[in-house]
Design a protein around this ligand. Sequence first.
Ligand SMILES: [Zn+2]
Length: 103
Amino acid sequence: MRQRRLLVSAAPLAVLLSGCTYVLQPPARYDYPFPGTLEVRSVEQMQAAELCRFPHRVPWRAGVGCAIIEEDRCLILLTDKATAEVLRHEIAHCNGWTGEHED
Ligand SMILES: [Zn+2]
């Protein structure tokens, strides 16, 4: 429990914060299990909007998840609309795929 609080409070310092609004298949070089400490949490959409800070120009309700990365830790927040494909996508962000979704 203590670790969770630390991770969430560290969110503003995250190296990468991405709000993903649709599911792209990650490039193969980022598509592997995250080697560090991975935590996946289910959150309400309002909570996701707050914690993931989805860009204002994108309706937050379109977001289904995000990845908050800090060094060798990755916290993935998923709403109830997230699928296994979304999880795979977010894990790729944990592995260094940026929010630009480059190939
Ligand atoms: Zn993404």
